[in-house]
Ligand binder design. Structure first.
Ligand code: S6P
Ligand code: ZN
Length: 193
């Protein structure tokens, strides 16, 4: 038996970055084509092509059963039309793998849905430890004026299914109505038949 060496990764609490990240993924509007509901607003903003969020991966742990991965996500403030900046959203490729999100900065929502289209929205602010149970698709949304930052811890073999959400969307959107964040039904959601 060879034992893996324990280690510590530091998160910069000022901004949620991981200075020694093993990988940083930058997602611009152009990487999220068709995910925001308002296509006309998307087209206007695509000239600027803003960075919507970054993911700072903390480890290179092997993607084996029993291992964990963790990362921070920084979602920048902004809207496409009246829909707040958000992550792409995914189901885990191994659907039974759960996940924990711990909010470090800002305000936003963890938006979840079952494969059948049941929606759940968890409000998050610093200190919120929000649980993604097995089988729930999940996306995070920045509804605040500053960055929204959280730490995610998940089984290393969870994997990603982005296709289902790219094809069907989420059953709900989080939009600004009179300056307030509201969870509203997505008229374009393609329910499973
Ligand atoms: C991974 C975990 C997060 C997200 C990240 C970006 O299981 O849920 O680290 O990957 O918040 O979201 P997305 O939908 O682009 O992967
Ligand atoms: Zn996940």
């Amino acid at each position: 038996m060879t034992y893996m060496t324990p280690f510590t990764t530091w998160v910069d609490l000022k901004d949620g970055t991981i200075p020694n990240a093993t990988m940083v993924q930058t997602q611009r509007l152009s990487d999220m084509r068709g995910l925001f509901a308002d296509r006309a607003a998307e087209a206007v903003l695509s000239v600027q092509n803003p960075v919507i969020y970054r993911v700072y991966n903390a480890t290179n742990n092997p993607k084996d059963e029993g291992q964990l991965l963790y990362s921070t996500t920084v979602i920048y403030p902004g809207k496409v039309g009246d829909e707040y900046f958000m992550t792409k959203g995914h189901y885990h490729a191994k659907g039974d793998r759960a996940e924990l999100y711990y909010c470090l900065q800002g305000e936003g929502y963890l938006l979840l849905q079952t494969p059948g289209g049941e929606i759940n929205a968890q409000a998050m602010a610093p200190g919120a430890a929000s649980y993604v149970p097995p089988y729930w698709g999940h996306r995070t949304v920045n509804t605040g004026p500053g960055n929204f930052v959280f730490l995610a811890v998940f089984p290393a073999d969870a994997g990603y299914d982005y296709k289902t959400i790219a094809e069907r969307g989420f059953a709900a959107l989080i939009v600004a109505r009179n300056g307030q964040a509201q969870v509203v039904p997505n008229p374009k959601y393609a329910a499973r038949r």
